[in-house]
Design a binder for this molecule. Structure first.
Ligand code: SF4
Length: 247
């Protein structure tokens, strides 16, 4: 396949990943407050580890008002498995206090408000906006940084720049889903050390694919004249197989 423009690669990646992953966070939550606290706790750990502590945490502290007045030692004991529990306990208590003092105990649904909360950067804010409020947001974490660079959608390593560049390539209604799906794809297939390109649904147009071009050719949709390839040209017939000459 000839090299596609970044916009075409992005749109193709959006569609291909849609067929494989749900646009969902793997953090268990029942409301925006739980999503916010779970996302803060997910720093430097797995969603599984966060999900192992949040049922006890939210049973004891169901809302911002309760968590704002919590004893830090008690919080530390509950969230210990997530690592960095001393800092995280302080952060979620401070964040809850800010919610109570400035937002009536409710999680605000605007980026400019969310990023004023302790422990909340653009990544966390975008996750909460997209998952809890349905407001388009493209969250850039370590997986999204790696994948967008490998897919040639950006050359930057700065999350803010990546967010700005990628959101110019795809429509707003795709931002949240694409970000969430890139995270899942980064965890399962396009892993950091050795990406599993032969299993990847993006391997026929990804500029970083290790799969050889011939093996990557993948029809997108059948047409009346033949098979439409991913780059949009229609072939009129299936290519005859070359006889094997032996290796
Ligand atoms: S083809 Fe390889 S490098 Fe490209 S997105 Fe897939 S796993 Fe990652």
């Amino acid at each position: 396949m000839p090299r596609l423009r970044a916009r075409d690669r992005a749109l193709l990646a959006v569609e291909r990943l849609k067929a494989v992953y749900r646009a969902a966070s793997e953090l268990d939550h029942k409301n925006a407050f739980q999503m916010l606290i779970a996302t803060i706790l997910s720093a430097q750990t797995t969603d599984r580890s966060v999900n192992s502590v949040t049922p006890a945490l939210f049973a004891r502290y169901p809302d911002a008002a309760a968590l704002a007045h919590a004893d830090p030692g008690e919080i530390e004991a509950i969230i210990r498995p997530t690592g960095f529990f001393h800092v995280k306990a302080k952060t979620i208590i401070a964040c809850s206090k800010a919610l109570v003092e400035r937002f009536g105990g409710q999680v605000p649904a605007r980026m400019e408000d969310l990023v004023t909360l302790p422990g909340v950067g653009r990544k966390t804010a975008n996750v909460v906006l997209g998952v809890a409020f349905g407001v388009p947001g493209f969250a850039v974490d370590t997986h999204v940084t790696r994948l967008t660079r490998r897919l040639g959608l950006t050359k930057s390593t700065d999350p803010v720049k990546i967010e700005s560049e990628v959101t110019k390539l795809i429509p707003p209604e795709e931002w949240t889903g694409f970000g969430l799906r890139l995270i899942l794809h980064g965890r399962r297939i396009c892993v950091a050390r050795v990406p599993r390109c032969p299993e990847c649904v993006l391997n026929d147009f990804c500029p970083s694919s290790t799969v050889r071009a011939k093996a990557r050719r993948r029809p997108l949709t059948p047409t009346r004249r033949g098979v439409r390839m991913a780059h949009g040209r229609a072939t009129t017939a299936k290519r005859p197989r070359r006889p094997r000459t032996g290796d």
